[in-house]
Design a protein around this ligand. Structure first.
Ligand code: C2G
Length: 132
């Protein structure tokens, strides 16, 4: 069995997130998502609309996702890779190079981001609509 691991906030879920999860799953048989908890999002300067519990429930309903674990800090990736026997670590290429240190433990793959969509863009577009 090939286990794949990725991380993210996955707030206001959109097709860019799904494209990433779909392609990550296609690299193996078992996809684990490290979901940023509310505290860690504050560390990442990310204001989320949905709580960790809501974002977790939403992710667990996606056919590509087999397990959701909690992401609470920047330092947990090596132990997550080891304890979950991860074969492939995947992130969108906005993170290209940032996680190459994991190559000592598993394959590292950066997938192209989906253009034209982001949680920030959704919020900005909705705000503009509100003003119109
Ligand atoms: N993504 C994408 N295309 C988009 C938007 C996001 O492929 N248009 C990908 C990102 O590259 C990331 C994943 O979807 O791989 C989740 O994106 P975010 O929720 O924004 O995650 P991020 O805040 O980048 O968290 O420790 C790593 C961090 O937790 C990554």
């Amino acid at each position: 069995m090939t286990t794949v691991l990725t991380y993210g906030t996955f707030d206001l879920l959109h097709d860019g997130h799904i494209n990433l999860l779909k392609r990550a799953k296609e690299l193996g048989d078992h996809l684990i998502v490290g979901l940023s908890n509310d505290n860690f999002n504050r560390l990442k300067n990310k204001e989320t609309y949905f709580s960790f519990e809501s974002r977790k429930m939403i992710l667990e309903s996606i056919r590509y996702v087999d397990l959701v674990i909690e992401e609470s800090n920047w330092e947990q990736k090596i132990s997550d890779v080891i304890s979950n026997k991860v074969d492939i670590f995947v992130m969108g290429d906005d993170w290209k190079g940032k996680f190459d240190f994991l190559q000592d433990y598993c394959k590292v793959v950066y997938l192209t981001r989906t253009e034209g969509i982001s949680t920030t863009k959704i919020k900005q577009d909705l705000f503009k609509k509100e003003l119109a």
